[in-house]
Design a protein around this ligand. Structure first.
Ligand code: ARG
Length: 398
């Protein structure tokens, strides 16, 4: 009786790298390869599943991770205000830990001894997946064929041709990753930071010159920091994000050209398209200006940066993240209300905000007759507030 072969679960996108990885892993490890394709927003699961079987997968699994991505990863990061280096809303970085989690689940269900992924040895993604798997299943081996095999792109194509693998010829010139929160592009001409990104580096957003002359206004409703409706229509998170990606993308909103600091020490030029995330972060922040105290708002800016670094650096499955989440969640209790946003020729501007429990009080702010601010008390307040300044200047002139 033949011994059952060992199993490896490979995160499979259907691209060249992971397609070549299937026969390579079979040959190097003598294992059965089970592919796992995860829909985080923009993939054609049946087509990719078909390709997986064609390139030799023993079994091709698929999972729809969209709702989980939105509810457990994207919205918490929106509430946190997490934007890496003030530019990148972290789409790819937020998808990776979920991929790690699905890999671990599939490995357990299938009885695999290892998981594999198609990350290179230069990027952040290898760290996010390896560390994610290490956190969830310290005993599982992680194999990264592209990191290990030392093949160039041309080598991969030759390897595929020698084995008659049906590979996807219509590949972008750029290295692209997409999920609901955004599209990341790198490599090719983008590696010259002096050069303006060519138009075909973009695909979700219109160039400003081709956007409508008339602005679009929209009203976004938030419940405790989570967007739940647009223009009065309640929407599930995935639909709301898709709707905003289309609408804001139409107006050229969400292009980011970022020279960023990778965890592995490299500076790298990345082009992102992230229309919904840019719009939602702007709206969410505006609602917080109305509902958080000055101290809360300022502390939150620091926490947002810490949160963004934590996500970017692959530390999602950590106690540190749980601690940060507890703080963030607590800040969001009154972040409920509406924000009016204007989309116009590449810009997204907040033009109105309202909240039932706003800290903004018209009767305190107004210069009109309804004014309830105690002007006389201001003089006493300033007398005490200025006391140390007066004292120092009287006793220590100059
Ligand atoms: N630099 C971004 C990040 O680390 C995006 C990486 C995108 N990956 C890709 N294969 N293009 O999150």
């Amino acid at each position: 009786m033949a011994m059952a072969k060992e199993k490896i679960v490979l995160a499979y996108s259907g691209g060249l790298d992971t397609s070549v990885a299937v026969p390579w892993l079979m040959e190097e490890y003598g294992a059965d390869i089970i592919t796992l394709t995860i829909d985080l927003g923009m993939v054609d699961l049946p087509a990719i599943r078909e390709r997986a079987l064609q390139v030799g997968a023993a079994k091709a699994l698929t999972v729809d991770g969209r709702e989980t991505l939105v509810n457990e990863f994207l919205f918490p990061s929106l509430q946190a205000g997490a934007i890496y280096e003030e530019q990148y809303p972290l789409a790819t970085a937020l998808g990776r830990p979920l991929i790690a989690r699905y890999l671990v689940e599939a490995a357990r269900a299938e009885g695999a001894y290892a998981v594999a992924h198609g990350c290179t040895g230069k990027g952040n993604d290898q760290v996010r997946i390896d560390v994610g798997v290490a956190a969830l299943a310290p005993d599982l081996k992680v194999i990264a064929p592209i990191r290990d095999w030392g093949m160039s792109r041309d080598d991969e194509i030759e390897y595929a041709q020698a084995r008659n693998l049906p590979i996807n010829a219509s590949q972008s010139r750029f290295s692209v990753d997409e999920n609901l929160w955004g599209r990341s592009a790198e490599a090719g001409e983008l590696e010259d930071p002096w050069r303006e990104p060519p138009e075909d580096a973009y695909s979700w957003t219109r160039p400003v010159g081709e956007t409508p002359d008339t602005p679009a206004y929209l009203e976004i409703h938030f419940e405790q920091g989570i967007p739940t409706a647009v223009d009065g229509e309640s929407m599930a998170g995935t639909d709301l994000i898709r709707h905003l990606n289309a609408l804001a993308g139409e107006h050229g909103v969400g292009r980011v050209d970022h020279l960023e600091n990778r965890l592995v020490g490299i500076k790298s030029r990345e082009v992102y398209e992230t229309p919904a995330a840019v719009t939602l972060h702007a709206a969410h922040k505006a609602l917080e200006t109305l509902t958080l105290s000055k101290e809360q708002a300022r502390t939150k800016v620091r926490i947002a940066q810490e949160y963004a670094d934590m996500v970017y650096n692959g530390l999602w499955f950590t106690h540190h993240r749980n601690d940060l989440d507890a703080y963030i969640r607590s800040t969001q209790r009154y972040v409920t209300g509406d924000v009016r946003v204007k989309l116009h020729q590449g810009t997204c501007t907040v033009v109105g905000r309202r909240a039932p429990q706003a800290l903004y009080q018209h009767q305190l702010a107004t210069y009109d007759r309804e004014d309830q601010f105690d002007h006389a008390a201001a003089a006493g307040f300033i007398n005490i507030y200025g006391l140390p300044v007066r004292t120092q200047n009287q006793t220590q002139p100059e």
